[in-house]
Ligand binder design. Structure first.
Ligand SMILES: Cc1cc2nc3c(=O)[nH]c(=O)nc-3n(C[C@H](O)[C@H](O)[C@H](O)COP(=O)(O)OP(=O)(O)OC[C@H]3O[C@@H](n4cnc5c(N)ncnc54)[C@H](O)[C@@H]3O)c2cc1C
Length: 398
């Protein structure tokens, strides 16, 4: 079988990229291969469901640009497909004088990124969110919530209607690049050939890049994002999404209160080192994943630089009381009994050999392959413009 394009990965990036390719080249033969029995089974299906506005990112950066464009594209896609979303807005709450200073920096960034925000005094905060306490806050009215699994299902439907072949429950197990394309072996024993391969394989992306003959200088380190769900009787506790002011030295946003589109409210996620790239249960460990990490010098350099925050995350992961203390800083009425139904998502965090956590998108390519090697949050929000960028990049290289 020969295809024009083969996409690996049925998360939001693989599906959005496939859809973009077929919009531009409707007659192209396209195959999408996903190793799980359905779409969005890893990062995309375990995320917080937030359509980020993009206030955190350095003005002019790719992340800032793609997030703003992505939020608009996501909402437009949902409107066109009848997928529910809610532009409920988000409050970033400062609870210490240091956080107030950091909040001012964020407000400046939002202005430079062209994102409307409203300053909220402590008194006003009490009025609009009686269960939230802080020294001040900023309101980002354009932040929204959605179920990204619904978006993936709609993309898959669009692809099938456009004639794409979608194979689930099948993994790519070998990739060989030839002068005219790529040849792949799949886990069902079949072989296929394609002119171009695009791999959006998230937590496995470094391994899939190596499978394709590339020599990535980074390794994926899994970071668990553990969360709890409030009991239904407490889901009216907040009207907005409530976020702490993030520590600029850490790549994650801090434990937040998230309203989900199905009416639940979750508390989390944190960011704890994981020992199993795809093991969602607490305490999951896969020896091969652990060995991969332990054999990578960048992991130890990262650990040396972040051991203090890492230990704090482990402590709060093991103790619900510690976790609760994080949330009570801005939502003091939460109790231990509110932290129910633990769940987790796992972030694919690329770490470089020098121990740096890659904060931006990372792509590696060859004449016939493009591998998305780091697609951190807000990549679900930004998926549509990222897909357009991937296709532009491939067209330029052709
Ligand atoms: C806890 C958490 C909260 C988050 N919250 C948000 C948020 O609120 N808003 C936001 O914008 N972003 C958020 N993100 C980030 C966002 O979810 C991810 O950046 C995004 O989903 C990445 O999509 P992806 O398609 O690259 O990866 P994935 O969704 O992980 O998809 C990769 C796919 O590749 C498949 N695959 C792997 N190897 C193979 C192979 N050999 N053959 C075939 N298939 C293969 C996997 O099975 C998987 O389905 C969050 C992430 C996490 C983990």
């Amino acid at each position: 079988m020969r295809y024009r394009y083969c996409i690996l990965g049925g998360g939001i990036l693989g599906l959005a990229t496939a859809a973009e390719l077929l919009r531009r080249d409707p007659r192209a033969r396209l195959l999408l291969v996903e190793k799980e029995p359905g779409f969005a089974r890893h990062q995309t299906g375990h995320n917080s469901g937030v359509i980020h506005a993009g206030i955190y990112y350095a003005p002019g950066s790719l992340k800032a640009r793609l997030c703003k464009a992505g939020a608009e594209a996501t909402k437009a896609f949902c409107r066109a497909k009848g997928i529910p979303f809610d532009t409920c807005g988000k409050l970033l709450v400062a609870t210490t004088p240091l956080e107030l200073q950091r909040m001012e920096v964020l407000a400046g960034r939002a202005a430079e990124n062209g994102i409307g925000i409203e300053p909220v005094s402590a008194a006003c905060l009490r009025q609009i969110e009686p269960n939230v306490a802080g020294l001040g806050a900023i309101l980002v009215p354009s932040t929204g919530i959605v179920d990204y699994r619904r978006i993936c299902a709609a993309l898959a439907e669009e692809l099938a209607a456009a004639g794409a072949e979608l194979r689930t429950g099948i993994a790519a197990t070998a990739i060989a690049e030839t002068g005219s394309g790529v040849e792949l072996r799949l886990s069902d024993g079949s072989r296929i050939a394609a002119d171009r391969l695009i791999a959006c394989t998230g937590l496995q992306s470094d391994r899939v890049a190596r499978m394709g003959g590339l020599a990535p200088r980074h390794r994926i380190v899994p970071f668990r994002g553990e969360y709890y769900t409030l009991p239904p009787a407490r889901s009216g506790i907040v009207r907005h999404l409530i976020y702490p002011i993030p520590d600029p030295d850490l790549p994650f946003l801090g434990v937040h209160l998230t309203r989900m589109i199905d009416g639940r409210v979750t508390v989390g996620p944190n960011a704890v080192l994981g020992f199993h790239r795809e093991g969602y249960a607490r305490g999951s460990l896969r020896p091969a994943d652990l060995a991969d990490m332990a054999g990578f010098g960048g992991f130890w350099r990262m650990a040396a630089g972040h051991w203090r925050s890492g230990i704090g995350e482990f402590r709060n992961s093991l103790s619900r009381r510690g976790y609760l203390a994080l949330c009570r800083k801005y939502c003091p009425s939460l109790t231990l009994d509110d932290l129910r139904e633990p769940g987790a998502g796992i972030r694919a965090q690329a770490v470089m050999a020098d121990g740096t956590l890659v904060q931006d998108f990372l792509f590696l390519d060859t004449p016939r392959q493009l591998h998305v090697c780091n697609a951190p949050s807000p990549a679900a929000t930004s998926a549509m413009p990222i897909a357009a960028m991937i296709v532009d990049r491939m067209e330029e290289a052709a």
